[in-house]
Write a new protein. Structure first.
Length: 214
């Protein structure tokens, strides 16, 4: 028997006020935002195709090696904005839980873009944008840690793995709600999984340096 909640009738008597549908729409929008091909656009303007040159990864580090500092920074900032914008929109529309869900959706869009056969980047910058909105006080220290690790090791992947691996630990240390701990853990797991090849090369000692030529 159907039940009525406001102007909406649900088949099983489950209250529904439209927020679930709006949330699903925002998640889909966040995913699509994540698919925006920042690296492809910036690199091609400089005459390169990051999916066919260098490491083959459409991300800031590869574009940096191929096209220089300005191009690499532009890609990082553009990808970070995708995560930050999706998270901010979710926060404004439904609070912190929806914010984190939208940020994760944007990272998934970046990593598994439907328009490019699910072959995307590693997700570091987009995840960074998400974390910056969710936990703004840790954003600057994380940037400092990334820069220090990259300088000491010469490896962008090592720096990224240190920072993304520290994210769930920081959330636990700050005693955030269970849903945030789980969400940040899932976010980190996606990014670390996309670095599987980097982890193997780091273990073998043949991971390219950040400054190395393609």
């Amino acid at each position: 028997m159907a039940a009525t909640t406001g102007n909406v009738t649900t088949a099983r008597g489950i209250p529904y006020d439209g927020t679930m549908g709006a949330g699903a729409g925002l998640l889909a929008l966040s995913y699509l935002l994540g698919t925006f091909p920042t690296a492809l656009i910036v690199a091609r303007l400089a005459g390169h195709d990051p999916t066919r040159e260098g490491s083959g990864n459409p991300g800031a580090s590869n574009v940096y090696r191929l096209a220089g500092t300005k191009a690499g920074v532009a890609v990082f900032l553009g990808d970070a904005v995708k995560g930050a914008a999706a998270t901010a929109i979710g926060k404004a529309a439904g609070g912190p839980r929806l914010a984190l869900a939208c940020g994760i959706a944007a990272v998934l869009g970046h990593v598994f873009p439907v328009f490019r056969r699910f072959r995307g980047g590693r997700g570091v910058a987009t995840a960074a944008g998400t974390v910056a909105v969710m936990e703004p006080l840790v954003a600057v220290p994380f940037v400092a840690v990334w820069l220090l690790t990259a300088r000491l090791t010469g490896k962008a992947s090592a720096a990224s793995l240190v920072v993304i691996g520290a994210t769930p630990a920081v959330v636990f240390a700050l005693d955030r709600p269970v849903w945030e701990k789980a969400g940040m853990g899932a976010l980190a797991a996606v990014v670390v999984a996309r670095h599987a090849g980097n982890l193997v090369r780091l273990a073998r000692g043949d991971e390219p340096n950040l400054e190395s030529a393609p």
